[in-house]
Ligand binder design. Structure first.
Ligand code: AMP
Ligand code: MG
Length: 347
């Protein structure tokens, strides 16, 4: 009886202990999640994919992170295939290039206004009408130095000043081939930013080739690619929440008779821009501007490029062929050169 009673008592005692253990465990689990939430824990999702002829990676934190990541990938692919590429026959830009006129929706109109404004402000260094010139150089297929006579023929038919934008109607003469190569990645970042805003994402890093969106209040670091190719990065930048785009002569080039020819063309000469720079990185709130300005500054060179950045309220890092690094005032305390072969230049 005692034993029995003892067993019953022990069982009751044991089940009490079990209950309190469960309660204690539940309390611990709840405490753990409260601490995690308090400390800013947010589910994180990542993805990497190939689009816009480059490698893309997406990392989003926040409760809708999975939706944001899949939407970012879908949006980048669709933007490329349906709107920006000139290498199929159904995208908006392909149809525009063959019909040479179109009625633009408000978003397209605003993009063209910005691009035309930058073409003017850069004195034509940035020119999105050079598709035929890029094709003549054969970038993307079998590149080779073209005949100079052909270059001047093509140049005679190109130029942003030949574009007419009246109200929502855009038109241009034969010979112009619109090329969004210098702005497409930035445009994609702007579109993805809208998705992140709508989903109230906590933070995100979106990388589309040489253009990166740093989203959210966390202080995030971006590496600046080593233009010499000897290491991965030569400096780190903590620019705050913005879009960061780099244009570099190392990104796409070929060699002929021992000389290197890259893909960023000087609209004045029709040849790859040559002013001593090997890369320009630009930070801006706008993806389109960061992308377009990095290309423009690469063509303009350091002095004129820095003046253009000032006019647009943007910051930048210019690297020259002698491993010299020049940085605008706003980034001076936010850049750390990590590779001792590179030296900071006085601006
Ligand atoms: P990015 O890598 O953003 O500097 O863009 C380079 C791409 O922009 C090239 O591959 C061309 O498609 C296009 N491009 C080349 N030169 C120019 C230029 N001077 N202005 C605008 N776009 C250009
Ligand atoms: Mg660009």
């Amino acid at each position: 009886m005692f034993f029995c009673g003892g067993t019953v008592m022990a069982k009751i005692f044991h089940s009490c202990k079990k209950k309190s253990k469960i309660i204690a465990f539940t309390a611990l689990v709840l405490l753990f999640f409260s601490v995690m939430l308090f400390c800013g824990f947010r589910p994180e999702k990542t993805a990497s994919f190939f689009a816009m002829d480059t490698y893309c990676s997406v990392k989003v934190k926040g409760k809708n992170s999975a939706d944001c990541v899949s939407e970012a990938e879908k949006l980048t692919r669709e933007l490329d295939e349906n709107i920006l590429t000139r290498h199929n026959d159904f995208s908006f830009v392909s149809r525009l290039n063959s019909e040479r006129k179109s009625v633009l929706d408000e978003k397209e109109k605003s993009r063209f206004e910005t691009m035309l404004g930058l073409s003017r402000d850069s004195g034509g260094a940035f020119d999105f009408t050079l598709g035929a010139l890029s094709d003549l150089w054969g970038f993307g297929e079998e590149p080779a130095v073209p005949d100079e006579k052909r270059i001047s023929e093509v140049l005679g038919k190109t130029g942003f000043e030949k574009i007419t934008l009246k109200g929502n109607e855009i038109s241009f003469p034969q010979g112009i081939v619109i090329d969004m190569g210098a702005v497409g990645k930035g445009i994609a970042l702007d579109e993805i930013k809208t998705v992140l805003d709508e989903n109230k994402a906590s933070s995100a890093v979106i990388s589309i080739g040489g253009s990166i969106l740093l989203y959210g209040k966390d202080d995030m670091t971006v590496g600046i690619t080593d233009p010499t190719g000897k290491s991965q990065y030569m400096a780190v930048l903590i620019p705050g929440e913005c879009c960061v785009s780099t244009s570099g002569s190392y990104e796409r080039f070929f060699e002929q008779n021992g000389k290197k020819y890259h893909h960023i063309l000087d609209p004045e000469t029709g040849f790859p821009a040559e002013n001593g720079l090997v890369s320009v990185t630009v930070c801006s709130e706008s993806g389109l501007l960061s992308d377009a300005l990095s290309t423009a500054c690469f063509v303009l060179g350091k002095e004129k490029g820095m003046a253009l950045l000032e006019k647009y309220g943007c910051e930048g890092v210019f690297i020259d062929g002698e491993n010299g690094v020049s940085v605008t005032d706003g980034l001076k305390d936010r850049l750390e050169i990590t590779d001792s072969r590179f030296v900071l230049r006085q601006v």
